[in-house]
Design a protein around this ligand. Structure first.
Ligand code: RDL
Ligand code: RDL
Ligand code: RDL
Length: 152
């Protein structure tokens, strides 16, 4: 199976490497095709090309929106593009964004980004290989990168 990993040079953590390492710990025989682009607005077309030209069955799009208002707008636009690319290709692109201002300090940001990348990688494994395990988590208040909030 081919998995696409698309990430950015703008990000301050190598989330793509963490995602690949995590998937490898759970399933073997995966071919990773990795593309790195400058920023999050470049992720939609790069992800679409991984699906259409490289035949990836699922893609992770990892990026880091900056702290300023224009970065938040940029993130919303990138997200809209990623959803459009998914609808055009009928293929999942897991959006793994970590906003730079989610981190309380550089160390916390680094840990949050690693954890979110790894936990979305686990989601990918469940979606593709263990749908029953995913279904068991329905309504369970799952989060990525920080502790789960749980059901009410
Ligand atoms: O196509 C080239 C750039 O426009 C593209 O890479 C943008 O995603 C770069 N970029 C911004 O222009 C911006 O204002 C990014 C951010 N903010 C941001 O917060 N995070 C990014 N890119 O990854
Ligand atoms: O593609 C993987 C994720 O990006 C996707 O599952 C998002 O819908 C997850 N998500 C957020 O990233 C977020 O910032 C969700 C929320 N907020 C939210 O409020 N509710 C969700 N998902 O169900
Ligand atoms: O409720 C606290 C957080 O879950 C909330 O602030 C989320 O919006 C944080 N978040 C993002 O901002 C994002 O871009 C999350 C994701 N992506 C995500 O993929 N998974 C999360 N939170 O659990």
């Amino acid at each position: 199976m081919k998995v696409g990993i698309c990430d950015t040079t703008f990000a301050r953590v190598d989330m793509g490497a963490h995602a690949i390492d995590e998937i490898k710990q759970h399933v073997g025989n995966i071919t990773f095709i990795r593309r790195t682009v400058p920023g999050i607005k470049d992720l939609p077309v790069a992800s679409k090309k991984l699906i259409e030209e490289e035949n990836c069955e699922i893609v992770m799009a990892l990026g880091m929106p900056g702290p300023q208002e224009k970065d938040k707008v940029c993130a919303h636009e990138a997200s809209t593009g990623l959803i459009q690319a998914q609808l055009m290709t009928n293929t999942h692109i897991l959006e793994v964004f970590v906003h730079e201002d989610e981190g309380e300090n550089p160390k916390d940001l680094r840990q949050l980004a690693e954890n979110r990348a790894r936990e979305h990688a686990q989601n990918l494994v469940k979606m593709m290989f263990k749908p029953d395990a995913m279904r068991k988590e329905a309504g369970m208040g799952m989060r990525e990168g920080r502790p789960d909030v749980g059901p009410v």
